[in-house]
Design a protein around this ligand. Structure first.
Ligand SMILES: [Cu+2]
Length: 213
């Protein structure tokens, strides 16, 4: 009986000890968890963030340096870009069409002196360049447009532009129906100029005034 009592007492104390130990461990674990939650993990996070920030900062620094270098490198480009954009601000875009009825859509084009003219010329008809070709030819002041048209008609293989002519400020290529072409040129000095289509027989109907103000 004594042995059994002792054993049971032993078991009880052992049990109590284990329970207390268990509780203690659990509490310790809880404490640890709390400490993790409250200290280590946040501190880790902070450290991590700091690391991230550190590396980010370094990267940012590098990037910033690169960017500054790029921006330094780009600054002249930007300045050039600004200049080109300033130039582009001075670019006047004109749109002119010719059709199968031997007509331009405009009889008058106006630009400001000193501007760069970007002329988009489109043949909105369907006929071929051989039968209803059109172009835009800006003639110098004092050039007789009818006489020039007559002269140009002899130069089919040159797109009806006399080679090395000194009578033309600018001209497009000769195009057929459905085609579009663009030329860019500096506006001539203030004044009124004639523009024509130099396809044989077209000048009488296809002409207009190019006014530089
Ligand atoms: Cu024409």
């Amino acid at each position: 009986m004594n042995k059994i009592l002792r054993m049971s007492l032993m078991m009880l104390t052992l049990g109590l000890f284990l329970i207390s130990c268990g509780n203690g461990k659990k509490e310790e674990q809880k404490m640890k968890v709390q400490s993790y939650d409250r200290q280590e993990e946040p501190s880790k996070d902070v450290a991590h963030l700091q690391d991230d920030k550190g590396t980010m900062n370094e990267e940012d620094m590098d990037k910033a340096e690169e960017a500054s270098m790029e921006s330094d490198a780009e600054t002249p480009k930007n300045k050039k870009g600004d200049k080109t954009s300033a130039d582009q601000e001075d670019v006047v875009e004109l749109y002119l069409t010719g059709n199968d009825k031997m007509k331009y859509n405009k009889k008058e084009l106006k630009v400001e002196a000193g501007s760069t003219v970007k002329l988009v010329f489109e043949h909105v008809g369907k006929m071929s360049v051989q039968t209803m070709g059109h172009n835009f030819v800006l003639l110098k002041k004092g050039v007789d447009k009818m006489a020039f048209g007559q002269e140009a008609s002899s130069y089919a293989s040159d797109g009806y532009i006399p080679p090395n002519t000194d009578k033309v400020i600018a001209h497009t290529e000769m195009i057929g129906g459905g085609k579009k072409t663009t030329i860019t040129f500096e506006a001539p000095p203030k004044g009124t100029y004639d523009y024509i289509c130099s396809f044989p027989g077209h000048v009488a109907l296809m002409n207009g005034k190019f006014i530089v103000e």
